[in-house]
Design a protein around this ligand. Structure first.
Ligand code: HEC
Ligand code: HEC
Length: 441
């Protein structure tokens, strides 16, 4: 089944096939609660992301501003003049977290000239989860000395869909190893998502579709630091905690070791890591890692932008009627385990179930990560997504194949096929209302 069959000129005829939309029972406008509970901030055009939650007393949480410094800092190769910030590489992708996670949302990824920027990075793996023997599990596109592992170019093979090609490398990938593209997500309310109790995610876990609603999402159980936990961060929910995610980013994306990942991300074939000076053992202290963690924990969520409430409310109804909410669950509630009181017991509207879903063959990249196969992706949260549409060259979906929100919907396959088909036969004004809703949440 092709994901783009209903796009553009192939719209089914409106007379025969449009879905009858039940009008809302009462015409009272819906009452919308703050999208991120007490972590909600008023919208500011110039600072769409990476703002702190309101009323944060930075004096009483000094590690938070330290964490922000570490997040925006440009790290350097060792030995550097600032030892706190040295140890970058020798193989890496970008020298700052903030290069990939921008205030405005998503960093440049697929450039018009066919090159790629660090806003998209590439896992390397086979269908049974084996990395490339020489290059490892992720392609490093920069190096402090000598040459990087390689770069990636892309070409549009129709409707914006990128086909990727490894370039600037003298090594070809091992047999069966594929490029697994991963767009850098915008960071919204990740501290709140961290606080969703596992029990709540597991309520929706239904791997064999026992309730027969056509949706069989499953929790991504992984082992981290000796315990088994439900993954929730990243496109494949490979990380359970922000701390784990940050350590993995420092390691895989920046070539910085921590107590969690004490060895440089080099394979036995790559002597560059042992030849180059280290920035310490580990290069990033536990204090620095915790400060980054506190910074991420206290990131805010932007209030909804509702300009036409009738349209917005209709869009919200349609979102439920065509089953988008089977995976993009509107409402979640945080637990009471955060050291930051204000994050506890908050009702939030993130539009995710944090589960993996089989999204069909077209969205598969053939790379297994953890227990997730190539077709399985975590439902990404949708809050704040409208803020990045149209900014720079922002793209959607894990590999950036969608240029707009409607394109992102059109690619939904697998478990989400019925929902996509229902979207395709909506009357045009109903599609517009649904988009008004998506752009405002
Ligand atoms: C080269 C670009 C790049 C750099 C540098 C980078 N990230 Fe990321 N980040 C990504 C990508 C890509 C993902 C998605 C990863 C995946 O799907 O496994 C991600 C995911 C995340 C997430 C999870 C978001 C979510 O909603 O699931 C957090 C949190 C995060 N990064 C924090 C950081 C921090 C902190 C740093 C610096 C220490 C950092 N990142 C550096 C590209 C980058
Ligand atoms: C079966 C679960 C499921 C259903 C139903 C579903 N989605 Fe999704 N959605 C996902 C997953 C998983 C992804 C990520 C897929 C990928 O990146 O390859 C996604 C991605 C998206 C994205 C892009 C997000 C981003 O960060 O780039 C948008 C927008 C979206 N969905 C909207 C919708 C709408 C609107 C509907 C209803 C028509 C819908 N989805 C139905 C699971 C679902």
């Amino acid at each position: 089944m092709t994901g783009l069959s209903g796009c553009g000129s192939e719209q089914p005829s409106r007379n025969s096939d449009t879905v009858a939309v039940t009008p809302p029972e009462q015409s009272e406008p819906r009452e919308w609660q703050a999208v991120g509970g007490s972590a909600t901030v008023a919208f500011r055009d110039d600072m769409a992301f990476l703002q702190f939650i309101p009323d944060l007393d930075l004096g009483s949480a000094p590690t938070v501003s330290q964490g922000r410094e570490l997040f925006v800092a440009n790290w350097t190769a060792a030995p550097g003049s600032r030892t706190l910030l040295d140890g970058l590489g020798p193989l890496f992708i970008a020298d700052a977290c903030a290069d990939c996670h921008l205030v405005s949302g998503r960093a440049a990824s697929l450039n018009d000239d066919g090159t790629t920027s660090p806003g998209i990075l590439f896992r390397l793996g086979t269908a049974d989860g084996q990395p490339d023997a020489r290059l490892g599990g992720q392609l490093q596109t920069a190096a402090t000395v000598d040459v990087p592992e390689g770069r990636v170019t892309w070409q549009d093979v129709g409707l914006g869909r990128p086909q990727f090609q490894l370039s600037e490398t003298d090594r070809s990938l091992d047999d069966g190893v594929h490029l697994g593209p991963r767009l850098s997500p915008q960071l919204t309310g990740v501290g709140l998502l961290q606080q969703i109790p596992e029990a709540q995610i597991l309520e929706w876990h239904d791997p064999d579709d026992q309730d027969q609603d056509g949706i069989s999402g499953r929790a991504h159980w992984i082992e981290r630091e000796g315990v088994s936990c439900v993954g929730r961060f990243g496109w494949k929910a490979m990380q359970c905690t922000l701390r784990g995610q940050s350590a993995a980013a420092l390691h895989q994306d920046m070539g910085l070791t921590t107590a969690l990942n004490p060895a440089e991300p080099c394979t036995a074939y790559q002597s560059i890591c042992t030849d180059q000076p280290s920035g310490g053992d580990p290069e990033v202290s536990l204090d620095s890692l915790n400060a980054i963690n506190d910074f991420l924990t206290l990131l805010a969520v932007y209030e909804r932008r509702i300009t036409d409430q009738t349209q917005f409310d209709l869009g919200a109804d349609l979102f439920e009627q065509i089953g988008c909410d089977n995976c993009h669950r509107p409402m979640l509630t945080t637990g009471n385990q955060s050291l930051f009181e204000t994050l506890n017991q908050q009702t939030i509207y993130a539009y995710t179930d944090l589960l993996l879903h089989d999204m069909g063959a077209e969205l598969s990249d053939g790379v297994q990560e953890g227990n997730a196969n190539g077709r399985e992706w975590k439902t990404p949260p949708l809050w704040g997504l409208g803020l990045i549409e149209g900014i720079g060259n922002s793209r959607f979906l894990h590999d950036g194949r969608a240029r707009t929100l409607p394109e992102a919907i059109q690619w939904h396959g697998g478990e989400s096929s019925a929902s996509r088909e229902a979207w395709e036969i909506l009357a045009e004004e109903d599609q517009q209302a649904l988009l008004v809703f998506l752009r405002g949440i």
